[in-house]
Ligand binder design. Structure first.
Ligand code: T3D
Length: 258
């Protein structure tokens, strides 16, 4: 499958989506958003894909909306619902780890995309900026939903009101980044990390994602019920048997994802 605005590759159980409009720091065009949604849905449907990485080509991760093509008089509500929401909701509900490898600047809806992912592995040279308020906009594409959860309410106000640039180290200190890897060996560090997820107990990972996402909307009683149900399902997987056998044999488990 080929794309005009993305490079999508698969190596065994690991799939990588590279946003590929480097001249504009991988800013979103409607076409790129449509392609990104299509690629995510396709990778979701492939049972041999067990982890998805989203990254950017060139020196940026994603600079948000491509301001050279954004129509200032467009119906923004309809536009966001049509092009952005399917991407963000697919990442959020996709029952596989979806990891942002933030290789460079993440701005506006590009930062929202990174925040919608399960984890952010960040290059030491990357920078985050909400950017929206600098051009008179509010947050979108899940930006305000995820930002407040990740960094807390006061920092979310700070980063959104000021649109100031946040370095990788500061992002790490406030929970916006989960790991910072040296820019010179970023790709290799990301690969080492994500291979563990791509070769992990994939059904359990899917349940973990569902449970962590459901936590804020559930009562404790509802959540305990969900955990018990999913634990029963996890206990019936081959990977559970393999995990226990490996523990007793004092060896590394060889999870197959089923
Ligand atoms: O229509 C819709 O999609 C509605 C939804 C809107 C949601 C949004 O995302 S609104 C927010 C849009 N994004 C921004 O406002 C960010 C704008 N860009 C910047 O603030 C800066 O460029 C960056 C902080 C991202 C990077 O700064 P820097 O100094 O590292 O690079 P630069 O020189 O500014 O940019 C490099 C090139 O990328 C440059 O092109 P050139 O001069 O080399 O030909 C620049 O124009 C281009 N570029 C960067 N961001 C965008 C962009 N071109 C189009 N759209 C961009 N967002």
């Amino acid at each position: 499958m080929t794309y005009e605005t993305l490079v999508v590759s698969q190596d065994a159980s690991l799939a990588t989506i590279t946003l590929n409009r480097p001249d504009v720091m991988n800013a979103f065009s409607p076409h790129m958003l449509t392609e990104l949604h299509g690629a995510l849905e396709r990778l979701e449907s492939l049972s041999d894909v067990r982890c998805i990485v989203i990254t950017g080509s060139g020196r940026g991760f994603c600079a948000g909306a491509d301001l050279s093509v954004t129509k200032l008089d467009q119906d923004f509500e309809a536009f966001l619902i049509t092009y952005y929401h399917p991407v963000i909701e697919t990442i959020y509900h996709l029952k596989k780890p979806v990891i942002a490898a933030v290789n460079g600047v993440a701005a506006g809806a590009g930062m929202s995309l990174a925040m919608a992912c399960d984890l952010r592995l960040v290059s030491s040279e990357a920078v985050f900026t909400t950017a929206f308020s600098r051009i008179g906009l509010t947050l979108d594409a899940g930006g305000s939903y995820f930002l407040a959860k990740l960094v807390g309410r006061a920092r979310a106000f700070d980063l959104s009101y000021t649109s100031r640039k946040v370095s990788a180290e500061e992002a790490l200190s406030m929970g916006l980044a989960d790991y910072v890897f040296d820019a010179g060996s970023f790709d290799a560090s990301v690969l080492t990390f994500v291979l563990k997820l791509a070769n992990g107990p994939s059904k359990a990972f899917g349940f973990i994602k569902e449970q962590i996402n459901a936590e804020s909307g559930n009562s404790l009683a509802e959540h305990l019920k969900l955990e018990a149900k999913r634990q029963d399902e996890a206990s019936k997987t081959s990977d559970f048997n393999e995990g226990v056998a490996a523990f007793l044999d004092k060896r590394t488990p060889d999870f197959k994802g089923d």
